[in-house]
Write a protein that binds this ligand. Structure first.
Ligand SMILES: [Zn+2]
Ligand SMILES: [Zn+2]
Length: 140
């Protein structure tokens, strides 16, 4: 008897979920359409132009990577083709990786400076070898 109730609950839950998904699609489609009205249909990175069906390949990138930050003047938007958009996010991931690394890299960097001194002392004997034409003087 409570089965029917829970069944309708699940239905309601599904509807709420579907509504949330649709709401998000509308919201995202909303800023995309606004961005497409604001900017020329050109990838800001590679400069390719998109029109007709190919316009789908032009996406809206958020400069601060915050998809909820959608100022009406479009200052947080950048139109990028799907390829450049991917690249843009990879770049920022690599940037974050490097930003976290320097603390660990500083110590090895100091160690790398020492082998250079060794290299220098390795080079010096060669120089004195070639410069040891004084051997002639020693023989005579
Ligand atoms: Zn591009
Ligand atoms: Zn993006």
């Amino acid at each position: 008897m409570t089965l029917k109730n829970s069944g309708s609950d699940a239905d309601r839950h599904k509807k709420v979920l579907a509504g949330l998904v649709r709401d998000r699609e509308i919201r995202e489609g909303g800023y995309r359409e606004r961005a497409l009205k604001l900017f020329p249909h050109v990838c800001a990175s590679c400069g390719r132009e998109f029109s007709g069906k190919r316009l789908k390949e032009l996406t809206v990138h958020h400069r601060d990577h915050n998809h909820d930050n959608n100022p009406p003047d479009g200052s947080n938007w950048e139109l990028l083709c799907v390829y450049c958009h991917d690249h843009e996010h990879e770049k920022s991931l690599i940037g974050k990786y490097y930003q976290g690394a320097p603390a660990d890299q500083e110590k090895p960097a100091q160690l790398v400076a020492n082998p250079f001194d060794k290299l220098d002392s390795l080079l010096k004997p060669k120089k004195s070898d070639s410069g040891s034409t004084g051997n002639d003087g020693g023989i005579s």
